[in-house]
Design a protein around this ligand. Structure first.
Ligand code: ADP
Ligand code: MG
Ligand code: MG
Length: 192
């Protein structure tokens, strides 16, 4: 079960990881994209922190709504609307259902509907899918996250900018999968 306090800890951890790995995320996006994933995410998470730090949220719904708005308005690119949709879908459940598996399931459904990517397309869906399964089974570990991120390396991109490279996208980690890996590493660190 997630609370406003643990969710804020989760988001603080995510923001810290994005700030620490901003250059790395943009480097990953250079050979198979346009080199902006780190700066996009860092701009977005700075806005998230400005929106939530020191604020008293009545519930998860208000918290996740504020996060979604910051992400949608500040990240940009393909990833902004996708991360934003994830938090908007969680906001919809927020106050009725704080079960992490249910929240993340709804978030992933929103991402898939919005972006049209399926597992195996070398997008952040390839991290979210096994992680959400593991959360629902009560078996999320760092290994699950790391294996999911690394699995994108050998995939051929079928969605997003990397898909323009076709087979030449093989051999590179998907940047959005790496940033989603940080999201779930931060979740594990909260102990929820
Ligand atoms: P842009 O490609 O517009 O510059 P970013 O660099 O911020 O945006 O984000 C790229 C990441 O977004 C990719 O690494 C991938 O994980 C994710 N992505 C792109 N398109 C899709 C999609 N249709 N569905 C899911 N994820 C996607
Ligand atoms: Mg990019
Ligand atoms: Mg871009």
């Amino acid at each position: 079960k997630l609370t406003v306090t643990t969710a804020q800890q989760w988001l603080d951890g995510f923001a810290a990881a994005i700030a620490a790995h901003k250059d790395y995320l943009s480097e990953l996006d250079t050979p198979i994209g346009d080199g902006d994933h780190g700066s996009n995410m860092a701009r977005g998470l700075t806005a998230v922190q400005a929106a939530i730090d020191g604020q008293d949220f009545a519930g998860l719904k208000d918290l996740f709504k504020a996060v979604a708005m910051a992400l949608i308005s500040k990240v940009g690119g393909a990833s902004g609307p996708l991360y934003g949709t994830a938090f908007l879908e969680m906001a919809k459940l927020g106050d009725q259902d704080a079960d992490l598996g249910h929240l993340l399931d709804a978030a992933l459904a929103g991402i898939r509907k919005r972006g049209g990517a399926a597992p195996g397309d070398k997008t952040l869906v390839d991290v979210w899918t096994p992680v959400v399964e593991a959360v629902k089974a009560g078996s999320l570990t760092q290994t699950v996250v790391d294996d999911a991120v690394n699995s994108t390396k050998d995939m051929v991109a079928r969605k997003g900018r990397a898909s323009y490279l076709g087979e030449r996208s093989v051999g590179h980690l998907d940047p959005g999968s790496v940033s989603s890996g940080y999201l779930f590493t931060a979740l594990i660190a909260t102990g929820v």
